[in-house]
Design a protein around this ligand. Structure first.
Ligand SMILES: [Zn+2]
Ligand SMILES: [Zn+2]
Length: 325
């Protein structure tokens, strides 16, 4: 079968690889339909891995024996370790992440545990690529809400940094949470229009002002975004790191300043569980028109190597690999 194989830093090519055909107990061979091209894939591609790997973790697939479309929970946890026992499956000590440390979805077929597949019904099945990132965003917003007790106001002035898909999903959830009344502004370094922000009625700021935001949500994953977040947050505010920071960079603030300004730094990692997947499916099903605008270009698998090595999605959208294209 055809698959995109990462074989070194910035080296990815389409190859003919052996089709998985011997599933273990509980596993199935699924046919991949769509895969979301995530920034994490680009970062893994740039860095390279210590062995050859098929990336792709935002997967929609079909099963030969069953009707419908399925989203994949790419986080295969053991269910036994102390983190699994606490429900923190993303921190499983034996975690297998399909498309990260195990082969993923940039291939015609994928071998997965049947229980990691979740059926959904949308008018446009390609929207299923958003189920994984929205599940992670749900986990993120849960953590934000748990921490807002630390703030001095019940309606925190909120600044989202980064208008990409992560910023869109977090902003959507913040504006659609009944118990969350925050006034959101968006800052993105690009000057391009970001349609999702307009749809949500979120004002864009050209230059974020210091001392205005109680809560700053860093979604760009860039060192500049992180520096800005820590500079502009109000004293006694929260900086929430949601965009994945590059490995090897340090927090651009001294512990002394964090202490004196009483800044809380909060993070969120992954978070795809049965619960978040069910919520993500319900959100998308209830508002397909909003999520539809987050789908960007659809490309065939052959174009993926270029996409991963020359990162350039349409602003605020997810590029998808359409295996049928
Ligand atoms: Zn992703
Ligand atoms: Zn575990």
């Amino acid at each position: 079968m055809k698959a995109a194989v990462l074989y070194g830093p910035n080296q990815v090519e389409i190859r003919d690889v052996t089709t998985p055909n011997l599933p273990q107990k509980g596993e199935v061979i699924a046919e991949v339909e769509f895969v979301g091209v995530c920034r994490t894939d680009q970062q893994l591609t740039a860095a390279g891995l210590d062995c050859e790997r098929i990336l792709g973790h935002e997967v929609v697939c079909q099963l030969p024996q069953e009707q419908g479309h399925f989203a994949l929970n790419d986080e295969i946890s053991c269910g036994q370790c102390s983190y699994c026992q606490e429900g923190l499956t993303s921190h499983c000590q034996n975690l297998q992440e399909l498309g990260v440390n195990q082969d993923g979805g940039y291939a015609e077929k994928i071998c997965v545990p049947r229980k990691a597949l979740y059926r959904f019904e949308f008018n446009n099945p390609a929207l299923g690529v958003l189920i994984e990132p929205l599940s992670c965003a749900l986990r993120g917003v849960e953590r934000i809400q748990a921490a807002t007790n630390l703030l001095s106001v019940s309606q925190p002035a909120t600044l989202v940094i980064g208008g990409g898909l992560s910023g869109a999903l977090i902003s959507y959830l913040l504006t659609h949470s009944p118990n969350n009344k925050c006034n959101i502004k968006l800052y993105d370094i690009s000057k391009m229009p970001i349609p999702w922000a307009e749809k949500l009625g979120i004002e864009r700021v050209e230059e974020p002002e210091k001392g205005k935001a109680h809560l700053v949500v860093e979604c760009s994953g860039s060192p500049g975004g992180l520096t800005t977040a820590l500079q502009v947050v109000r004293n006694a505010g929260i900086v929430f790191i949601y965009g994945v920071p590059k490995a090897g960079i340090s927090l651009p603030v001294s512990p002394h300043e964090l202490f004196m300004r009483e800044i809380a730094v909060l993070t969120s990692f992954a978070g795809v569980t049965e619960k978040t997947i069910a919520k993500a499916i319900a959100h998308i099903k209830g508002d397909e028109a909003f999520f539809e605008q987050l789908l960007g270009r659809a490309i065939p698998l052959e174009k993926l190597p270029e996409e991963l090595t020359h990162w350039n999605p349409q602003p605020g959208t997810r590029t998808i690999v359409d295996m049928g294209a």
